[in-house]
Design a protein around this ligand. Structure first.
Ligand code: SF4
Length: 440
């Protein structure tokens, strides 16, 4: 007798945090004996993991749900937008179920209701112990907490995902160890606020392989650094205690890279944004970090055209960028998110002014970033190979996070493959990327 294996299609939208949620759901599905189908037509139903961060992401999510309904007809919605089921049902009343962010059990319960699993055969349905990954095999996102204790006025994440809930250090380290054992060469630590890690657990001591480890950023970073993979920290705010992490970078345990979302350079606008760690000390802090670890790459994101932003505020932002000499900068024009308190602020900035300021900021920063990259010419650096195309291998250095930063193009190195780590000499640079030869 043959048993029909139930097949689930999966659509994953949104940020790296949502990607981690998708990986967990997929791992659970496989563990229970479901097959993951690559096409709508073969699937018995489709799970859509949505993003609801900004209105454009919501529109994309609704479109993806519509496509899955048209192509397959049986759709379960989960993820950030699932926190507002009425918005989904208003457009797509035919969805089978809607569950919210991080609601793994609820998604699985909905799948069980609409597509019962067959009896699971552990010998046939073994899931690799590191779970299912959606990123290339040699790097992986490691989510250390959910939710956020801040209440930035432009953000609705806390209302969707709740207050900070940290994963105990032993659990995070166990996952990291399995990932490295499975061939992962780079761990990308993510959360909404990495610097706040463990505060909800009062930095409780947990255990990893019988050893005590505090659930706290410095201790976690040090332990992660002992695994031998690159460790890259994202979404770190410039709090005083982050100073402790910088020596770990100078020691080579953690990549000398920090992704610090600063959002603005005007104290008045930062106050309106209700940003964490938004004090005048930021520039001094960045300088102190660089004096401990001169190799430190700083990445940040900024919002231009926030309600109330005057030309003076904007100039302050440009001055801040001039002084901070950040290596990488991403910027967005402010767009209101339904439910965010910033929508009620006075003096919205006209769209044309937002666009004009955005263009000025990007031009201003491009000069700074390009000059910082030029300084690397002649240096020998380590590179992790991401891909090999017709023109040769493409990798990333310690200064480049996947998808958001630049890359390193390596000349004349045909034998390299994704996941290899090599030393190269930088021969040229443009605004974003480096060009290099293998080191002799
Ligand atoms: S720190 Fe602010 S922007 Fe980031 S998730 Fe928390 S509330 Fe949102």
């Amino acid at each position: 007798m043959t048993t029909q294996v139930p097949k689930v299609g999966f659509v994953s939208l949104g940020c790296p945090k949502a990607l981690v949620d998708s990986e967990r759901i997929l791992t659970e599905l496989r563990r229970e004996g479901y097959q993951v189908s690559p096409s709508y037509q073969d699937a018995d139903l489709v799970v859509v993991n949505t993003c609801g961060f900004i209105d454009a992401a919501k529109a994309e999510s609704l479109e993806a749900i519509g496509e899955a309904l048209a192509e397959n007809g049986r759709v379960i919605v989960t993820g950030c937008m699932g926190a507002q089921p009425e918005d989904i049902r208003a457009v797509h009343p035919a969805v089978l179920a809607v569950t919210g962010p991080q609601a793994y059990e609820q998604v699985m319960a909905a799948v069980h209701t609409h597509l019962p699993p067959v009896a699971h055969d552990p010998y046939l349905d073994l899931v690799p112990p590191q779970g299912i990954k959606l990123t290339p095999r040699h790097y992986a996102y490691l989510k250390i907490s959910e939710g956020c204790n801040h209440r930035c006025s432009f953000c609705i994440i806390p209302s969707m995902r709740g207050d900070l809930v940290s994963r105990p250090a032993g659990e995070v380290l166990g996952e990291a160890e399995r990932l490295v054992a499975a061939g992962v060469k780079e761990l990308l630590v993510i959360s909404q606020d990495t610097s706040a890690y463990g505060v909800d657990l009062k930095y409780r001591t947990d255990f990893w392989n019988g050893r005590p480890v505090r659930t706290r950023l410095t201790e976690l970073a040090r332990a992660l650094g002992s695994l031998g993979a690159w460790v890259r920290l994202h979404y770190v705010y410039p709090y005083p205690h982050v100073d402790e992490v910088i020596p770990l970078m100078a020691e080579g345990l953690v990549l000398p890279y920090l992704d610090v979302p600063l959002q603005h350079g005007s104290p008045r606008i930062l106050k309106l944004m209700k940003r964490p760690a938004a004090t005048e000390g930021t520039l001094e802090r960045l300088r102190a970090w660089r004096s401990i670890c001169p190799e430190l790459t700083l990445r940040s994101t900024f919002i231009v055209g926030f309600p109330g932003e005057t030309e003076t505020d904007f100039q302050q932002l440009l001055d801040f960028l001039e002084q901070a000499q950040l290596d990488r900068v991403g910027a967005f024009t402010y767009s209101p998110v339904a439910g965010a308190t910033a929508n009620t602020l006075a003096d919205p900035v006209p769209e044309a002014v937002k666009e004009e300021r955005y263009a000025r900021l990007m031009e201003h920063q491009a000069r700074i970033s390009a000059a910082r990259l030029q300084d690397k010419i002649g240096r020998t650096i380590d590179v992790l190979i991401d891909a090999v195309d017709a023109d040769g291998p493409i990798g990333r250095s310690a200064s480049d996070a996947p998808e958001i930063d630049g890359v390193v193009y390596i000349d004349d190195a045909p034998a390299l493959k994704p996941g290899d780590k090599v030393r190269v000499v930088v021969t040229d640079a443009d605004e974003h990327d480096l060009y290099a030869d293998l080191a002799p």
